[in-house]
Design a protein around this ligand. Structure first.
Ligand SMILES: Nc1ncnc2c1ncn2[C@@H]1O[C@H](COP(=O)(O)OP(=O)(O)OP(=O)(O)O)[C@@H](O)[C@H]1O
Ligand SMILES: [Mg+2]
Length: 357
């Protein structure tokens, strides 16, 4: 799928912006604070009904205005759709061909976007929450079953923690909630494991391509309980062993909310051993892996690389450009980049112009 046209009204620093994009590589150049990220943020918003930079819808509305809108023409094979988001400080409404979209899964099948943003570069030395969010967001987009179970998990975890906080813990009720919590985690852990396996089928190839040398790379999933054998029995034993400690700490210490994953590059954990550039390349490769996992050619996601090139040397920049140039629609923002075979746009004074029309 591609975004062939984008119209913004009162979005961030733009009063009105209209632009046509290339089905392949789009490079958006401009000085700091000119509004490059704002443009790709608008495209991303349409895919998840939220920004990757803020959870406050009001921040997306141009200062002093009452509402903002993002309008995109999305093309998939020969089908064209008009997706519109209208934002007010406390509401957001998204329509496709004037029909309201109510479910996230509906939206991500209309427009699916992968984004690399600058703060992702240190994803593997950041807190485990960031890595769990990566799994949860991608799996929720991919599978309504995952999303449903994840929502049940959040509800059950709150229930269990509330029980643990009582002065006199009701162990009978605790046992019931614990077994429900284990049942949903069996589903979630299986999805996480399968997804990490899928990533591992493509990750090494992508890293090798961008780095230009043969590399061994894989994600290592760290589940909260052993996944081989009988999950329910293993998890039940683990919760029983931990019960006293949970009661003492008044919180659930075991579960998928405490899981993590590592990226192993040539035998070493990248968070402790990798260079900044290696970390950046590995995370870009991880993000790009979603592109290869989706098999349906028409459903391939739009790729946004926001300021991904900085900190990479010229050779790695060229390799990355060459690699993504072979994929579908790609947006790259940068303050300065030498690139051929791309549509180049310049952002200045809250407007955008195509340089090589
Ligand atoms: N709600 C808003 N109303 C008006 N202007 C806004 C709003 N939100 C952000 N801006 C402005 O948008 C500009 C930042 O835009 P953006 O983050 O897209 O810059 P950029 O081109 O990506 O810069 P950099 O190269 O530093 O990443 C800032 O000048 C900021 O003040
Ligand atoms: Mg930016």
């Amino acid at each position: 799928m591609i975004v062939s046209r984008l119209i913004l009204r009162n979005f961030r620093n733009y009063e009105r912006l209209e632009v046509r994009f290339d089905p392949k590589l789009n490079v958006i150049l401009g000085d700091n604070a000119s509004g490059k990220t704002n443009i790709v943020e608008a495209i991303y918003f349409l895919s998840l009904a939220r920004s990757f930079r803020t959870s406050e819808t009001s921040e997306l509305i141009k200062n002093g205005r009452q509402f903002a809108s993002i309008e995109a023409r999305v093309e998939e094979d020969t089908i064209h759709k008009n997706i519109v988001a209208v934002l007010t400080p406390n509401s957001k409404k998204i329509t496709c061909n004037k029909k309201q979209i109510k479910k996230l899964s509906e939206l991500s099948s209309l427009i699916n976007v992968i984004v690399f943003e600058p703060k992702d570069a240190l994803m593997f030395s950041d807190s485990p929450l960031v890595r769990r969010n990566f799994l949860d967001i991608n799996l929720s987009k991919k599978s309504p079953v995952y999303l449903e179970n994840l929502m049940s998990f959040d509800r059950l975890l709150k229930e269990r923690n509330a029980l643990l906080k009582e002065d006199d813990v009701n162990e009978v009720q605790l046992k019931v909630v614990t077994s429900q919590l284990i049942a949903v985690q069996e589903v979630l852990c299986k999805y996480r494991k399968a997804y990490i396996n899928e990533i591992n089928n493509v990750l090494q190839k992508i890293i090798t391509n961008i780095k230009g040398s043969k590399e061994e790379a894989h994600l290592e999933y760290l589940p909260f309980v052993k996944l081989d054998g009988d999950f329910i029995a293993n998890a039940t034993r683990a919760y029983e062993r931990n019960l006293e400690s949970d009661i003492r700490h008044k919180v659930t210490q075991l579960g998928i909310h405490r899981e993590d994953m590592k990226l192993i590059l040539n035998g070493y954990d990248i968070s402790a051993h990798g260079s900044q550039g290696e970390n950046r390349i590995a995370v870009i490769a991880l993000k790009l892996s979603s592109y290869f996992i989706i098999e349906d050619k028409d459903k391939k996601p739009i790729i946004i690389l926001d300021d991904a090139m900085s900190e990479l040397d010229k050779t790695h920049q060229e390799r990355l450009l060459e690699f993504v140039g072979k994929l579908g629609q790609v947006f790259i923002t940068s303050t300065k980049l030498n690139v051929k075979n791309a549509s180049i746009y310049e952002v200045k004074k809250a407007d955008i112009t195509r340089r090589n029309a």
